[in-house]
Write a protein that binds this ligand. Structure first.
Ligand code: C2R
Length: 174
C-alpha cells in the first residue's frame, strides 16, 4: 500500500508512525478509526534502526507541533515505540506487527517489556483498530463531544451483539 502524503492533516493531534511501508496495510485501521472520529492525524514512515536521526527529531518535536498522542507500529525487533517513548512524554501506543518468523511474538515482547519509567501502551499483535480507539479515548478526556461519540460507538457494538443473538433466536423458532 502506498502512503499518500495528502492524507496528513495540517494540524494533527495524533501521529501514526510505522517502521516500514510494509506495515501500512496493518496500520491502516488506526487511521480509519481516527477518520471516523474526525481526529486529524498524520502518517510517517520512520525507523529507530534505519532512520535514527529523523526518528529522534520527530519524537522530540511532536509535542511542540501540537500532537497529543503517538501510535507506533513495528515488526520484528520492534524498538520504534520504545525509542520514541524515551524521547517524549506524550502517550505512546505501540502496535506489535506480525513478523514472518515468530508470528509477532518478537514485536509484542519488544514493545510490552519496557523498563519501568518509560511506558508504551501496547495493544494486541496487529491491533491497530484498538490503537486508534485508545488514542481517541485519551483525547476524549478533555473533549466532551469526542467522549460522547466514543460512548455511542460502544453502544453500536453492544447493539450488534444483541442483534446477532436476536437473529439466532428468530432462526431457531422458524
Ligand atoms: P521491511 O519490510 O522494510 O524489511 O521491514 C518494520 O516495522 C517492519 O515490520 C520489516 C520490519 O522491520 C520493522 N522495523 C522495525 C524498526 N524499523 C523497521 N521494527 C524499528 O525501528 O523498530
Amino acid at each position: 500500500m502506498k502512503i499518500n502524503p495528502l492524507q496528513n492533516a495540517p494540524d494533527p493531534l495524533v501521529g501514526i508512525v510505522m517502521g516500514s511501508s510494509s506495515d501500512a496495510v496493518t496500520m491502516e485501521p488506526a487511521r480509519q478509526i481516527l477518520l471516523e472520529f474526525d481526529v486529524p492525524c498524520e502518517v510517517k514512515i520512520l525507523s529507530a534502526h534505519r532512520t535514527p536521526d529523523q526518528t529522534g527529531q520527530y519524537a522530540k518535536s511532536a509535542e511542540g507541533r501540537g500532537i497529543e498522542v503517538l501510535i507506533a507500529g513495528a515488526g520484528g525487533a520492534a524498538h520504534l515505540a520504545g525509542v520514541i517513548a524515551g524521547l517524549t512524554v506524550l502517550p505512546v501506543i505501540g502496535v506489535p506487527i506480525k513478523s514472518g518468523s515468530l508470528n509477532g511474538l518478537d514485536s509484542l515482547l519488544a514493545m510490552v517489556q519496557m523498563p519501568p519509567g518509560i511506558p508504551v501502551a501496547t495493544v494486541a499483535i496487529d491491533g491497530a483498530t484498538n490503537a486508534g480507539l485508545l488514542a481517541v479515548s485519551i483525547l476524549a478526556q478533555s473533549r466532551p463531544k469526542l467522549r460522547q461519540r466514543l460512548k455511542e460507538y460502544r453502544k453500536k457494538l453492544e447493539r450488534k451483539v444483541l442483534d446477532s443473538n436476536q437473529a439466532a433466536e428468530q432462526n431457531k423458532t422458524r
